[in-house]
Design a protein around this ligand. Structure first.
Ligand code: SF4
Length: 170
């Protein structure tokens, strides 16, 4: 009998501190249980290997800050059945969105010796400003309990039982 294909879970990083990916790594016990039924196709914080799409569930950390980011998130969206943005960077632009209130060129000239080498966008924007997002999991970092519920729900084809996804956890 042909073995059933495992759903593919992929994690993607944009401009961020990796803290939300660390929350996922911290779900060690829960991930071990999930690993039997899911193929972890991409998880930059844990492995450099990237399995080809399509992906059943993409979790996206970080905001869009470069033209390359904007192009990459569109490609990821096309390859993903469900796409969920995780954390304040991905859902609201993050601390890096402070640049949205100033001229980013001014910052570049202060920070970099050769600002002309830096290809950046004037604003840091959430994922939903660029592609359709199936769900937003907020927090900085995200809640481990909510993340486990979210993964189980999407892979089980049901709505996540997350009453308030606007949280700030310690
Ligand atoms: Fe880090 Fe917070 Fe952004 Fe998550 S939301 S990547 S914890 S800064």
């Amino acid at each position: 009998m042909k073995a059933r294909r495992k759903p593919k879970l992929a994690v993607w990083k944009f401009a961020s501190c990796d803290g939300c990916q660390l929350t996922l790594l911290d779900c060690e016990d829960e991930l071990l249980a999930v690993a039997d039924v899911v193929e972890i196709a991409n998880f930059p914080e844990a492995s450099r290997e990237v399995a080809r799409g399509p992906y059943d569930l993409s979790l996206v950390e970080g905001s869009i800050t470069t033209p390359h980011d904007a192009e990459r998130i569109r490609t990821i969206r096309k390859q993903s059945k469900f796409l969920v943005s995780i954390g304040a960077c991905a859902t609201a632009g993050g601390i890096q969105a402070l640049r949205n209130f100033r001229n980013v060129r001014e910052f570049l000239s202060i920070v970099y010796a050769r600002p002309d080498y830096i290809d950046t966008l004037p604003h840091s924007t959430p994922i939903a400003d660029h592609v359709f997002v199936d769900f937003e999991l907020r927090g900085c970092p995200i809640s481990k309990v909510q993340l486990v519920e979210l993964i189980s729900a999407f892979l089980g084809n049901r709505k996540p039982n997350i009453s308030s996804h606007s949280v700030c956890v310690e």
